[in-house]
Structures are given as C-alpha cells and as structure tokens.
Write a protein that binds this ligand. Sequence first.
Ligand SMILES: [Zn+2]
Ligand SMILES: [Zn+2]
Length: 403
Amino acid sequence: MAVAAATPILGIHNLQPSVVGGNELTRMETTSVQAAGVVCLSALKSATNSSCTTGKSVQFKLPKESSTKVLRSSRRSNEFVAEEEAPDRVTESQQESEPSDSTAAAAQPEYIWMSNVEVKRTRPSSFNRRWSSKDISIAGFMTFMHTMCLLAPFTFSWNAVRLCAALSFITGMFGITLSFHRNLSHKSFKLPKWLEYTFAYCGVQAVQGDPLDWVSLHRYHHQYCDTEMDPHTPHEGFWHSHIGWLFDEKPIRRSVSHSNVGDMEKDDFYQFLHKTYIIHPVLLSLALYALGGAPYLVWGMAVRLVWVYHVTWFVNSASHVWGTQPWNTGDLSKNNWWVAMVAYGEGWHNNHHAFEYSARHGLKWWQLDPTWWTILGLGAIGLATKIKLPRPEHMKRLATKSS
Ligand SMILES: [Zn+2]
Ligand SMILES: [Zn+2]
C-alpha cells in the first residue's frame, strides 16, 4: 500500500496519461518507470561506487552534475516536470545537513535495527528542521487522532468495535489497497466506472489524501524508489519512512505535482474529490456521532484511522527494511510476511516492486493476499476485467537465486 499513505492527510501521487491505454502500454510504462529507476540507481552507483541491489549503501549526496544527469534520464522516459526542482533541493539539503569532511570521515555508518539498510540522511530530521504551517497542521491532526485513541477503553462497546473493524476493512482494503493502489495507481485491472468510483470513495474515507494526490505520490515513490527523490525511503531513517515524511512538506510538494496523473486528472469525479476532499470524512464523523455517540466517533474514526495509517505506513517502512528479496529490483523493497498479514497482502512488496502492474502481490500459494482474492472474485462475476499478472519472461529476468 503504498501505501503509502500518502500525503498527507490533506492530500498524496504519479504515472502518465499513456498508462490508461491497456495492457501493453501499461507494461511498457511500468518497464520505463523501472528503467528510469535503474538509470537513476546506476548513475548513483557510478557516482558513488556503491551497491544498490542489496540496499547496503545508496549514496545520496551527489555532485550537482550527477544528479542533473539522473533527472534528465528519468524525464526522458516519463516526462515529469517537478524533477527540475531537484538540483536545487540537493544543494539545499546539502546546505542544511551536510557534515564537514572531518565529521563525515569520523562518523560510523548507521544501520536501521536488524537490517542492512544504511541511514544516509539528505533531509534534516523531524526534530532538527523548521516546520512549515502545513507540517504543523498535519502533525497536529496526527497527534489529535492518536490522543483520541486513549479514549477507546472508556467508550468501549462491541457494536463500536464491530463498526471499527467493518470500516477498517471497507476503507483499508477496498479503498486503499484495491482501489487507490492496485486499480488507480497501477491499473492492474479494470472496473466498471460506478464501481471504480465507489471504491475510490471508500479510499477517501481512509483520510490519506484524495485519489489524485495519493496516486501521484505513490507513482513518484515507484519511479524514484529509495533514491534521494523518494519521499519516504528508509535511507532517511525508519521514523522518517514510517511517519516523519508526512511532516516534511518540501519533498511531498515535489512528489504531488499531478504531472504523473494525467490519466485521472480530467475525470470530473476525481476533480470533485480533490476539491471537496476534507468535507467527506467530516460528514462521516457527524453521521457516526449521530448514530452512536462518542463510542462510534472514537472507534469509527480515531481508532480505525490510526490502525489503517500504521498498517499503510508499515508498507513504506518495514517492507523496505526487513524481509526477503526474491527479485532483483535494485531498491530496498522486501517481502515481509507480517506486513502482508495486516495490510491485506501488500507486504509482498518486493514482488510488487518487481511487477508493479500485477494485480496479484502474493505470488506463491502460501503468500496470503486478500486483496488479490477479492480481485479474483470480482473477476469471476465479471466486474474486474483485464487483470494483469507477471509475465514469465519478466519473472525470469528479475529472478534471484532465492526466487
Ligand atoms: Zn505500488
Ligand atoms: Zn515501496
């Protein structure tokens, strides 16, 4: 899930208009996105002489000339606009956080606990940065929601718990993993418009951003996965990849430019959701309060939202830190069984980064993937069509010894 939980609550996004056009185009697009990533990582590699495939050390602080080259390569294949800001950003982040030569030489490499993921910060940490008003409002919202959860024991009722579980499933699985991620971001299958919109509306109620913002940021994550351009790479530290990136407006603003959601941007429904986004969860909150008072509000909004947030964020953090890499994707993505268990199959994240277009993430029979089972069910009754799966030649090309 990209799951991202994407932007910020008050907004997340990234592919091209050409993606819309059916299987082959989408595959080509996916390949070109991956190719852009490979070019990007290759350039990083040659600039730093470090290995990207094992995730051991992607050097972020590039000479200005190198980063420009990376961006041009990416731009050729995907026609992004926002990347032009990057050299400035690199320079800025170097100014903000680059240690002196003597400090760098003395510093020991820092790894995320129980992993081979090296922390190489290019952004100042959350605690060492000037926060914008948007950063503060998002942090305030998150703090408020988490604090509301403290009321859960005092408002407990089985009806409230059942409501929480049902809404988690509807907004987390149908809304985020099935709709925002596999259907809208990656075009892994097609749905009739009425059903596509219904599921997308469920995603809006997860309060992770409207579909345009969420898809844009997520496509951006895939294109620049685990490079300095990735808004939530764990190379910036685990806290950053899990939640800290939400409070760092600059990289998010670059990622959510809508230049990569041309296939959705002209759709009136998505424009409507983009413009009215925040009204919908407010209306749901009022309806829940009217139906069941404080217990429904606390469990149906706060507990439910916080649960789905962390589940989604674990895909960005834990599934890029701990697990196995059966496919040679050149990034840090991992197959993580416990994330897959709580995130409706999204934890098979190395599978997903290898075959972004695939509607199925759990590729082995034992890799539980409830989102895939649901798509399969929708296909069986004729509602999901053009369901994409990994191509054998693609699997052969990316397989490692552990595949
Ligand atoms: Zn994805
Ligand atoms: Zn990822």
